[in-house]
Ligand binder design. Structure first.
Ligand SMILES: [Zn+2]
Length: 86
């Protein structure tokens, strides 16, 4: 008989490994768990976890210090540079 996993551990590693940052134009940046948040490995944006589910919505994301909007993130600027180069 297996014990039910604690509520906060509902999001297992396999599930986490499939998630990608919704802000990343390439959809390649992975997310790592940090307490009750997910942190993007690419742009360091934090996404809240509410009731066991990550809120992967750019508008709700917490930007790194010194950034006021999503377009200031390095991954966005990289994408824009690529666009301009074409
Ligand atoms: Zn990101």
């Amino acid at each position: 008989m297996s014990r039910a996993a604690p509520y906060t551990n509902r999001m297992d590693d396999a599930f986490l490994a499939q998630l990608r940052c919704p802000i990343d134009p390439e959809r390649e940046a992975t997310l790592t768990r940090d307490e009750q948040q997910l942190v993007c490995s690419g742009c360091s944006v934090h996404f809240a976890i509410k009731q066991g589910l990550p809120i992967l919505v750019p508008d709700e994301a917490e930007l790194p210090d010194g950034m006021r909007e999503v377009s200031q993130l390095p991954c966005q600027r990289r994408a824009n540079r690529r666009k301009n180069a074409n």
